[in-house]
Design a protein around this ligand. Structure first.
Ligand code: GAL
Length: 671
């Protein structure tokens, strides 16, 4: 959890963007700053990719442009989120030190010419980066415009896993610190298998490309090591900044679909405030639900504290197979979904659309079309709305439901050899979250082993890797009266990727009251019938209920007759188990029934609507704020009274939320 040693002090909800003035002339900067004023921009991230501009040759600094830009922004009352500039090393560094370049698992180096071409364990890179940070923090550390430090950029976006010799040596040091001796490492990695026993530390390598499948425990530890290496890089930059500046320090996380390499549970405590970048992923079945999930996870990383949406887009990105623009009104809806879910800042990548470089077809606040464009008008409208939400800043989201999320389970699920290559951790997480989202329930995302005392309902999707202690927290909480829903492929391995024996789900088995003997996945696209008339995909298992009541069983397929959905009384609580991937409607109905039984409800009663609705309450000391975001076309109505902040009107009883609209009601009376 963040220490919040240095609070991010800002008036209201921050509104801003990445700004890359080095791509433009001074005349353009003048127009930029004027238009930023028009849009209400008050926080601008600069110098993210500034290295080759401010250090054109080794040890030779040129801050003239940065001085000028910071001065102009400050004069316009715009605060600066100052990049340390180390994200993308300059060409001179790679030329003089090619050993900083990252190495892929097949032993080939990556060339410069893109960005982030550096090995996280490179001592030469680290030293060069820290010299730059010292120069930047020394120059601007006390500048009144600097509101926040932005270390590097999306650490690990491209270079999280490096397999070079320097990384190998660092990996060995990390392993020695973890295991102390080779006997412990051999035991943890199960190296008795395939004659892999290590007798000297030097024999150990990163999990480079092998002729057959790799040791999954080695791969798991390499993930942990790689996440720690980049966190140590963050810490090293932050340590240089802190004595030179009183401003808070953070970096932008990538809590977004498909980015799996950093265990942000271990990172978040090092941030003064959690910041996240989120882009809608149109490859997913339900991108809007995933947006809500990412926002809830960003909040969870900070232990519920407000966080900053550091980047999102006004329209299309440039890196998906098909890059879709946003629907009319979607910029507002998506931005306010993040705010509803705890963001105290809404920023975009980027301010002005580039006309050169590989991101020239990425959307921006100020598009190629200029100010005579729908995007610009929506940006200005959003800025005005954000301004009206100042009083929401600092309030906290209320939730009675939690979902357990684990990067370690993600890594351990997706090893090379698994029961089905179609089995993905995130798919299970998204399926469970999507069902809760469709029910309008507010969900906190928590780490395995987190205290669950605040929750009535806890959902545990596919928690493949579980430690005995983490399982005990969950089962004790159930015994004390909680209701949990655990889904398949949970409780399979321990922290070393060693199978829990005696029948899956290992340390959860007794509480769930079901014993699984054998996995029986089915082909992608195939469907299973369940005894209650619903259908499912992907997974079945041969099991029997020990103490649980069978709610539905497999009616066909390789596990016909085995339980598919069970419910067990455990102490004063209830433990549900779902041994298949229910089709979305059935999953939603099941979780809806369980939520009803548990007394968990949406933050307000909402009627109507024909699409997804966000219904979230943020509570402060003096007032609470009910957010209703209507992603559909049909009108919905919410039971609420108070003052509506977007329309500026008092409301009593029933608040109309037209299709595509957002309403935020300040509820003066305790809700
Ligand atoms: C982020 C990155 C930005 C920009 C953006 C495009 O990953 O931090 O610099 O590349 O994606 O979507």
């Amino acid at each position: 959890m963040p220490t919040a040693a240095r609070p991010f002090a800002h008036h209201g909800i921050a509104f801003g963007c990445d700004y890359n003035p080095e791509q433009w002339t001074a005349e353009v900067w003048d127009e930029d700053i004027r238009l930023m004023g028009e849009a209400g921009v008050d926080l601008v991230a600069i110098n993210i990719f500034g290295w080759s501009h401010i250090e054109p040759r080794a040890g030779e600094y040129d801050f003239r442009v940065l001085d000028d830009v910071i001065g102009r922004l400050h004069a316009a009352g715009i605060r600066v989120n100052l990049g340390t500039g180390t994200a993308s090393p300059p060409a001179w560094l790679a030329l003089s030190h090619p050993e900083i370049l990252p190495m892929a698992e097949d032993g080939t180096r990556r060339f410069p010419g893109g960005r982030q071409a550096w090995c996280p364990s490179s001592a030469v890179f680290r030293a060069a980066a820290l010299r730059l940070v010292e120069a930047v923090a020394g120059r601007y550390g006390e500048h009144p415009a600097v509101a926040l430090w932005h270390v590097s950029n999306e650490l690990g976006c491209h270079n999280a896993l490096c397999y070079c010799d320097e990384s190998a040596a660092a990996f060995r040091r990390w392993l020695e610190a973890k295991y102390d001796n080779l006997d412990a490492l051999n035991a943890a990695w199960g190296t008795a298998f395939w004659s892999q026993t290590y007798r000297q530390w030097d024999e150990i390598l990163p999990p480079r490309a092998t002729i057959s499948t790799r040791n999954p425990a080695q791969v798991l530890d390499f993930h942990r090591f790689s996440s720690d290496e980049l966190l140590s890089h963050y810490g090293a930059e932050a340590d240089v900044i802190r004595p030179l500046s009183a401003a808070p320090v953070t970096t932008n996380f990538m809590v977004t679909a498909h980015i799996e390499n950093l265990d942000y549970w271990s990172w978040a405590g090092e941030m003064d405030i959690v910041a996240n970048d989120h882009y809608l992923d149109h490859r997913l079945a339900d991108p809007t639900a995933e947006l809500a999930f990412a926002a809830d996870l960003s909040r969870g990383l900070g232990g519920g504290a407000p966080w900053i949406l550091m980047e999102h887009s006004t329209g299309a990105v440039n890196w998906q197979p098909l890059n879709k623009p946003k629907q009319p009104g979607e910029i507002l809806r998506n931005s306010l979904t993040h705010v509803a879910r705890g963001a105290d800042g809404v920023c975009f990548f980027q301010w002005r659309a580039s006309v050169q470089g590989s991101e020239k077809f990425h959307s921006a606040m100020l598009p190629h079309a200029g100010t005579d464009s729908a995007v610009w008008r929506e940006v200005v409208e959003l800025g005005a709305v954000v301004e009206r939400l100042a009083e929401v800043a600092g309030t906290r989201v209320e939730a009675r439901t939690a979902l357990v999320f684990s990067w370690e389970s993600w890594w351990a699920t997706q090893t090379e050899s698994r029961p089905s290559q179609a089995l993905g951790y995130l798919d299970q997480v998204h399926a469970a979250y999507g069902a809760l989202h469709a029910l309008g329930l507010t969900v906190d995302i928590v780490a395995p082993g987190a205290d669950l005392a605040d929750y009535a309902l806890v959902v545990v999707p596919g928690l493949h890797l579980i430690r005995a202690g983490e399982a005990a927290v969950l089962t004790d909480w159930i015994a004390a009266g909680g209701t949990a829903v655990v889904t398949f492929y949970s409780g399979i391995v321990d922290q070393d990727d060693r199978v829990w024996t005696g029948g899956y789900t290992g340390p959860l088995r007794e509480a769930l009251g079901v014993r699984i003997e054998e996995f029986a996945p089915i082909a992608p696209g195939a469907e299973l019938q369940l005894s209650d008339g619903s259908t499912s995909t992907l997974w079945s298992e041969r099991s029997h209920a020990t103490t649980a009541e069978v709610v539905a069983s497999f009616a066909d397929g390789p596990s016909a007759g085995s339980p598919a959905i069970t419910r067990n009384t455990w102490g004063d609580g209830t433990a549900w188990y779902v041994g298949t991937l229910l089709e979305p409607g059935a999953f939603r109905d099941l979780l809806g029934r369980i939520a009803d039984e548990t007394g968990v409800r949406p933050a307000a009663t909402v009627r109507g609507g024909d699409g997804a609705l966000e219904i979230v309450r943020r509570r402060g000391t003096d007032a609470s704020y009910l957010f209703v975001v209507n992603h559909g076309r049909a009108s919905a109505s919410a039971e609420a009274s108070g003052f509506e902040l977007i329309t500026g009107m008092p409301v009593t009883g029933d608040v109309d939320v037209p299709g595509g609209a957002v309403r935020i009601i300040r509820e003066e009376a305790a809700a």
